[in-house]
Design a protein. Structure first.
Length: 99
């Protein structure tokens, strides 16, 4: 039986979504500055938005279908649970194929 995710309060979700948007805006502002700071802000903002927005999850799934290599790489870097599950499934299928 799959574990049940706890339901978060809607206000917490909205605050996290707004923080994610602010982090992405901050990444755009820090982009021209030297150093990799903008990349980390962007990744943090994407994680918060993807965790709290169904619309963003649907758009992200469509982007991954269109560009699977890039989507897979980004999912692995962000350590999204879906990427970890896909990796485990692929590993299990490869082990069965070898036997």
């Amino acid at each position: 039986m799959p574990p049940v995710k706890p339901v978060r309060h809607p206000i917490i979700r909205i605050v996290q979504l707004a923080l994610g948007v602010l982090l992405i805006i901050g990444a755009a502002i820090m982009g021209p500055l030297p150093g990799p700071g903008g990349i980390f802000l962007f990744a943090g903002g994407m994680i918060l938005i993807l965790r709290n927005s169904r619309w963003a999850k649907l758009k992200w799934a469509r982007l991954k279908r269109r560009w699977p290599r890039t989507g897979h790489l980004v999912d692995r870097v962000m350590r999204r649970p879906s990427a970890l599950r896909r990796h485990a499934r692929a590993k299990a299928a490869a082990a069965v194929a070898v036997d």
